[in-house]
Design a protein around this ligand. Sequence first.
Ligand SMILES: Nc1nc2c(c(=O)[nH]1)N[C@H]1C(S)=C(S)[C@@H](COP(=O)(O)OP(=O)(O)OC[C@H]3O[C@@H](n4cnc5c(=O)[nH]c(N)nc54)[C@H](O)[C@@H]3O)O[C@H]1N2
Ligand SMILES: Nc1nc2c(c(=O)[nH]1)N[C@H]1C(S)=C(S)[C@@H](COP(=O)(O)OP(=O)(O)OC[C@H]3O[C@@H](n4cnc5c(=O)[nH]c(N)nc54)[C@H](O)[C@@H]3O)O[C@H]1N2
Ligand code: SF4
Ligand SMILES: [Mo]
Length: 677
Amino acid sequence: MSAVRVVCAHDCPDMCSLIAHVENGKVTRVEGDPDQPYTAGFACAKVNRDAELVHSPERITTPLKRVGPKGSGQFQPISWDAALDEIETRWKAIIAESGPLALLGYAYSAHQGQMNRHIVNGLFHAMGTSRLQAGTVCDTCCETAWDATLGPVGGADPESVVDSDLVIAWGCDLMAVNVHFWAKLDSVRKKGVKVVVIDPRRSRTAAAADWHLPIRIGTDAALALGIVHILVRDGLCDRAYLAANTLGFDQWEREVIPGFTPQRVSEITGLSVADIEKLAAMYGAAKHSFIRIGEGMTRLARGGQALRAVATLPAVTGAYGRKGGGALLLTAGSMDFNFAYIRKPSGPATTRLVNHSLLGLELVRMDGPPLRSIFIGANNPAVTCPDAKKVREGLSREDLFTVVHDPFLTDTARYADIVLPATTYLETEDFYRGYGSFYMQFSPAAVQPQGEAWSNFRLAQELARRMGLTDAVFRQTEREILPHFFEGVTGAVAKVDPASLLDHKPVKAAPPPGPQEFRTPSGKLEIYSASLAAEGVPPMPIWEPDPEEVRDAARWPLRLLTAPSYFQPHTAFSGVDFLRKREGEPHCVIHPKEALKRNLANGQKVRLFNERATIGLALKVSDEVGEGIILVPGQRPDAEAPEGTVNMLCSDRLTDIGEGASYQSTFLDVAAWEAKA
Ligand SMILES: Nc1nc2c(c(=O)[nH]1)N[C@H]1C(S)=C(S)[C@@H](COP(=O)(O)OP(=O)(O)OC[C@H]3O[C@@H](n4cnc5c(=O)[nH]c(N)nc54)[C@H](O)[C@@H]3O)O[C@H]1N2
Ligand SMILES: Nc1nc2c(c(=O)[nH]1)N[C@H]1C(S)=C(S)[C@@H](COP(=O)(O)OP(=O)(O)OC[C@H]3O[C@@H](n4cnc5c(=O)[nH]c(N)nc54)[C@H](O)[C@@H]3O)O[C@H]1N2
Ligand code: SF4
Ligand SMILES: [Mo]
C-alpha cells in the first residue's frame, strides 16, 4: 500500500492537493492533502469518490469502431494499431484533397493538467487545421469583460479574505464550485464579518450566508449601478483612489449613474428599495470588501456588462487598494507561464476558428473547405453545448469522420466513427496551476493506465509522429517539458525553480501583497474602454433591456436558470453510480405558485419546452427559486433523464462581450409529461 501525493485535475478553481492511496495497482481512496494550506486537507464530496471514477465498470477499455448508425452507440472493439492506422489514413487523405482546414481539433478543460490539457490543441495547431475557440461555453464572456476592465491580470488572492470586513458572493455558489473559499470564510465570520449572497436562487451558499438577495436573472449590472448611484449620492466614493487609478469615472457618473435610482433599480432587479439602500450602505461602510464574482451571471446575452459593472465596484470604494479588499473572478491571469510552448508549437498564428456554441451550425454550414473530420477530446458537446440538438445533427453527418477520446462512452462518443479509451487524471503525470488560487504543483501518476487507456499526452504525441510533425514538444517527456513553461516568465512565477517542483509539493506564487494591479492599455481600471467602443459595445458599464430577451419573455412564461449541480458537475462524473444516485434523477425546480398554476405536483414527470425542443425531467416544487424561473441544475446525459438534456432548449446566441454561451437567455414553459403534444 502506498500514498501518492497528487493534484485534482477536475475543472474547478480550487486545484486541491490530494493523497491517493494505492494498493495492488488500484486506487483505493482519495483524500485531501493536509500539507496544502488553501485546500487544507479535504476534498469535495465528488472527488472523495474518485477511486470509483478510475475503476468504474462503465469505462471503455479498448478502442472501438462504429458498426451501427451514428448516435446508436453500436461499436466493436478494435486494436490501437488499427484505430490509429485508420485515423492516419483518413486525415492524410482529407488533407491531400481539401487541405488541413477540413479538420477540426476540439479539446477543452476536463483535464486541468497543463500538459494533458493543451497538447491536443498543440497537435492541431501544428497541423494547421481549423481550431476550437476554446472556453466560449465557460468563461470567455466573463474573462474578456474582466480583461477590458482590469486587463489580463488575476484578481484578489482568496487567502487574503482573512483580512476582509465584508464578503459578497456575487452569483457564485461557493459551496458547489469553490468549497475551499467557503471554508476560509469560517474564521472570517467568527470575527463578525458578514457574508452576502446575490443569486436568483436560494443556493446552499445563500441559505448558509448572513444575507441573501434573490436578484432577478440578468440584472446584476443594474444593481451594481444602483449601488454606485447611492455611493455617489451619499459621498461614499473614494475620490482620490478613483482619480489616481481609474479611467472614465467622471463621464460614467455624469452620463450613466444618474439613470440608476434606487426606485428604478428596484423595478429592474426585483429587490426592494430598502434592500438596495442597505446593501449600498454596507458596501460603502466597508473598507476591505471582497467580492467573489461567479461566472454564472455572465452566461446570458448581456453578461459582459454585468461583469464589468460588478468588477468596477471595488474601485469606487477604493477596496482594490486595500488588504483583503477587491474582487476575484480568476487568478490565472497573474500566473504567466509559457504555455505557448505546448499550445502553439509550429503552425499558423491564425486560422479558422469554431466557437463551441456554434459547433452544430459550423459542422453543417462551414464551407471552403467544409469540415470533414473532427477530433473531440475531454469534452461532451452533445450534452454541454448550447443547442445540443443542432450539435447532434452536425455529428450525424455520414461524411464526417469523427474521433472521440474519452474514458467513457458519452453521448458525444456515440456519434463517433472511432472511440479511443482515455485515462483519467490519476493515471497521468502533469503540471498544474490553479485558476482560483495561486498554487502550482507537479503531480505523478497514482496508477498505471487502466485497460488499454491512453492519456491525452501519449495520444497527441503518437498522432504527431504519424502525421510527420517534428516539434520537440511531441517527443519530450513531461519532465522535459516542465522547464519550458518557465521560459521568459515574469512576476511571482519567475521566482520558482521548476526543478523544485519535482518533489510534488504545492508551491504558492501569488503577486506580492499590495493594491490590485491593472494591466489595461492605460494602466488603470478602465470604466471607459476604448477597445469596447471600437467594437460597438457600450464603452461604460450599463444595464439595458435586451430586445431578444424581451421578445422571448413575452412569448414564454419562464426563464431558465442553469447552475452547477453538487455531485454531477457537467458530465465528467456521470460514470460514478454513487454520485449519480446522490445527485438524484435529472430534475427542474419551480416555485409552488408556478406549480399550482399548471396543476403540477412535486416528483412528477414534466416536459420543458420552447421553440427549439421538448425535454423530460422530474419536477421539484420549491421556493428555492422565485416565480418566473425554472432551475435546471447541471447538464445530465439523455439516458439518465426521461428525455433529452437541458441544452437542447438553449440557443446558440453569443454574449455581448467575449462571444460566450448565453444559456440563461432561454425562455420556456413546463407542463405535465402526459400533456405531450
Ligand atoms: N460542483 C461543481 N463544481 C464546479 C462546476 C460544477 O458544475 N459543479 N463547474 C466547474 C466549472 S466548468 C466552472 S467554469 C466553475 C465555475 O462555475 P460556475 O458555473 O461559473 O458557477 P458559479 O460561479 O457558482 O455560478 C453559478 C451561480 O450563479 C447564479 N446565477 C445564475 N444567473 C445569475 C444572475 O443572473 N445573477 C446572479 N447574481 N447570479 C446568477 C446561479 O444561481 C448559481 O448559483 O466551477 C467549476 N466547479
Ligand atoms: N446548460 C448549461 N450548460 C453548460 C454550463 C452551464 O452552466 N449550463 N456550463 C458550461 C461550462 S462552464 C463548461 S466548462 C462546459 C463543460 O462541458 P465539457 O467540457 O463537455 O465537460 P464534461 O461534460 O465534464 O465532459 C468532459 C468529458 O471529458 C472526459 N474526460 C475526463 N478526463 C479526461 C481526460 O483526461 N482525457 C480525455 N480525453 N477525456 C477526459 C469526461 O469523461 C467527459 O466525458 O459545460 C458548459 N455547459
Ligand atoms: S474541490 Fe475542486 S479541486 Fe478540490 S477535489 Fe473537489 S473538484 Fe477537485
Ligand atoms: Mo467551465
